[in-house]
Ligand binder design. Structure first.
Ligand code: F6P
Length: 368
């Protein structure tokens, strides 16, 4: 009898809600559907770098309980340490890609399913090309910036959390006659801010894709007041530029940039320009944790099953995507070729302006 195929699964990059549902779907489909053996690799590609490899065989009884509903990832994840330029403790930088490729072979894998965002999927693809690894990608990120998929795992839950935050801010804003500013994540994409802003009744939505002005935002807050409303809600994507073009955050020691703080600056600006009292809430990692929404569980489950089917068919270097109400797949390179950002001419921008929400000047978005 032929030996059962061995497939690895890992979660890489920033975590989000729905990862466990995807791991569960991979395990069910692979073990029940095809009789494969499944190995969960710990902390993304880092698990493959370790000696011995940090991985465990997954069994279906592990998924009997509440894993589907659980936030985070039972496998752990890592969003630092590019294996091609890995920062070593002595301050040097080392190419550790071959160690990961060796780890794949040490585990005797026939295929690897990588659940990641565009950055980690790009690294996994380069490793796969270099080492001849059989890779299938599943898109996850609260930022929803993976091109070619309408939804990445984790995005819907993040929007739900941000919308609920606006729901909770509205009554306290009204009680105290305040302008509440909510800063949300999303890296260079404003999808969370735009969707949650519309769903949560924001008066202004500030995003990295669309330039805005102090005058425009001030005018909106004053208009709201003139129409007899004593409070306003403003949602700001963490990477939204200030009117002078500044992105707010800090440069990390590894050279990367961590966004954060633009909400505070917007809140101060509102107080100065309108005289209104303003408060800031930074939602941060609350958007990534907690139980996945049912829709994220659904995407994760469909992606997991579809990814294992691709492995069974011997179709590699593919990315499973959600498109036109279906789970489909595209070449991995196409799926991550460019970042999907808010379309200034898209339906949701049109919806926001149609509702009278201040979003800046979409026509000037080329300059953003
Ligand atoms: O990419 C997901 C994300 O949550 C971004 O929205 C955010 O900018 C970043 O990760 C935060 O990263 P970290 O967890 O390293 O602070």
């Amino acid at each position: 009898m032929a030996e059962a195929k061995r497939i690895g699964v890992l979660t890489s990059g920033g975590d989000c809600a729905g990862l466990n549902a995807a791991i569960r779907a991979v395990a069910y489909r692979a073990i029940e559907g095809y009789g494969f053996r499944v190995f969960g690799i710990h902390h993304g590609t880092h698990g493959l770098m370790e000696t011995p490899v940090a991985a465990e065989e997954l069994t279906l009884d592990q998924f009997d309980g509440n894993i589907l509903r659980l936030g985070g990832t039972i496998l752990g994840s890592m969003n630092r340490g590019d294996p091609f330029a890995y920062p070593m403790p002595d301050g040097s930088v080392k190419d550790r890609s071959e160690e990961i490729i060796d780890g794949y072979h040490e585990l005797g894998l026939d295929a690897l399913i990588g659940i990641g965002g565009d950055g980690s999927l790009d690294i996994l693809r380069r490793l796969a090309l270099q080492g001849g690894l059989n890779l299938v990608g599943i898109p996850k990120t609260i930022d929803n910036d993976v091109d070619k998929t309408e939804n990445a795992i984790g995005y819907v839950t993040a929007v739900d959390v941000a919308s609920e935050a606006l729901d909770r801010l509205q009554p306290t804003a009204a009680s105290h006659d305040r302008v509440m500013v909510l800063e949300v994540m999303g890296r260079s994409a404003g999808h969370i801010a735009l969707s949650a802003g519309i769903a949560g009744g924001a008066d202004a939505i500030l995003m990295p894709e669309i330039p805005w002005t102090t005058e425009g935002l001030t005018r909106k807050i004053l208009d709201v007041r003139e129409h007899g409303r004593n409070f306003a809600l403003v949602i700001v994507a963490e990477a939204a530029h200030l009117p002078d073009g500044e992105a707010v955050g800090r440069r990390r020691a590894d050279g990367g940039f961590t966004f954060g703080g633009v909400g505070q600056r917007v809140s101060e600006l509102i107080e100065q320009s309108t005289g209104a009292e303003s408060r800031i809430t930074v939602l941060g990692h609350v958007q990534r944790g907690g139980a996945p929404s049912p829709r994220d569980r659904l995407f994760a489950s469909a992606f997991g099953v579809c990814a294992v089917d691709l492995v069974a068919e011997g179709q590699f270097d593919r990315l499973v995507v959600w498109s036109d109400r279906e789970c489909r797949h595209v070449p991995l390179a196409d799926g991550i070729a460019k970042s999907h950002r808010v379309d200034p001419n898209g339906t949701l921008v049109h919806t926001a302006t149609g509702l009278g929400i201040y979003i800046g000047d979409p026509a000037a978005s080329g300059a953003a």
